[in-house]
Design a protein around this ligand. Structure first.
Ligand SMILES: C[S@@+](CC[C@H](N)C(=O)[O-])C[C@H]1O[C@@H](n2cnc3c(N)ncnc32)[C@H](O)[C@@H]1O
Length: 242
């Protein structure tokens, strides 16, 4: 696992861990972020307009998509189990669930206005291909938004967050995940969270990747309390010769 992605077997383990933790996912997220996780998601989702056609890549159990109020939302998720569980929380009149991966999106070129990756880009097997697909499916002038756990460059803030992720999160997860699930799992189901956090690089890596794939206006901002970041980019409009 590194800043570009991971091997197939590592990726399958990440997917397994996500499925294992799914029933407790919301609870652990809220506990480990002191209730901020849902506010971050709502803040990010507010970037989509009602008339936008939106694609969320890595929608998991629907935790982010339920905040979107756009008329047409595609939720792309590789795990069949998670697609199934997201049906309970999403409005089937507005949301189309697609089983698939961000590296190969089954949608036509230029078909969406906004792409969102809410705490999922870190889990992609190949982030370069994922960014290419974001660019392809967006219409000209369309925007991508990638939310992830904050990972500041080396310094006191980075040390503090790293300690939180390495020690507090696994402890909270152990308490929040039901004991029967803990018995089934040899390890803490949040172990993969720690691994993907360590591997994904900094937001500057996301920014350069977006620029390399053709996005313009690339920037990153902190979300509330600086525990998460939002990296964005815009697909440029082609210059037309007169
Ligand atoms: C941490 S969950 C995030 C779920 C949701 N977006 C949220 O905000 O809580 C990451 C999700 O990304 C999915 N994922 C992993 N690899 C992916 C890929 N290559 N393409 C799309 N989604 C992927 C996982 O299955 C998982 O459901």
């Amino acid at each position: 696992m590194n800043q570009d992605g991971m091997t197939t077997s590592e990726w399958l383990e990440v997917l397994d861990a996500m499925e294992e933790v799914a029933p407790y996912y919301d609870r652990v997220n809220q506990l480990m972020t002191l209730g901020l996780a849902d506010r971050w998601r709502a803040e990010v989702a507010s970037r989509a307009g009602v008339d936008d056609t939106v694609l969320e890549m890595g929608s998991g159990p629907g935790t982010f998509a339920r905040h979107l109020n756009s008329r047409h939302v595609y939720c792309l998720e590789p795990s069949g189990r998670l697609v199934q569980s997201s049906k309970d929380v999403l409005d089937e009149n507005r949301v189309s669930l697609i089983r698939g991966v961000g590296e190969s999106v089954p949608l036509p070129d230029g078909s969406v206005d906004k792409v969102f990756c809410s705490f999922s880009f870190r889990d992609f097997k190949n982030r370069g291909s994922g960014a290419e697909e974001m660019f392809r499916v967006l219409r000209e002038g369309g925007e991508v938004f990638i939310a992830d756990v904050a990972k500041p460059p080396p310094g006191p803030m980075a040390k503090l967050l790293r300690m939180h992720i390495h020690y507090v999160v696994p402890m909270v997860a152990r308490v929040a995940v039901h004991s029967s699930a803990r018995m089934r799992s040899r390890n803490n189901p949040y172990r993969k969270f720690v691994e993907t956090y360590d591997a994904f690089g900094f937001t500057t890596v996301y920014e350069s990747l977006l620029r390399n794939k053709g996005f313009g206006d690339v920037s990153t901002e902190f979300l509330r309390m600086r525990g998460a970041t939002l990296t964005r980019g815009k697909k440029p409009c082609k210059l037309t010769s007169s």
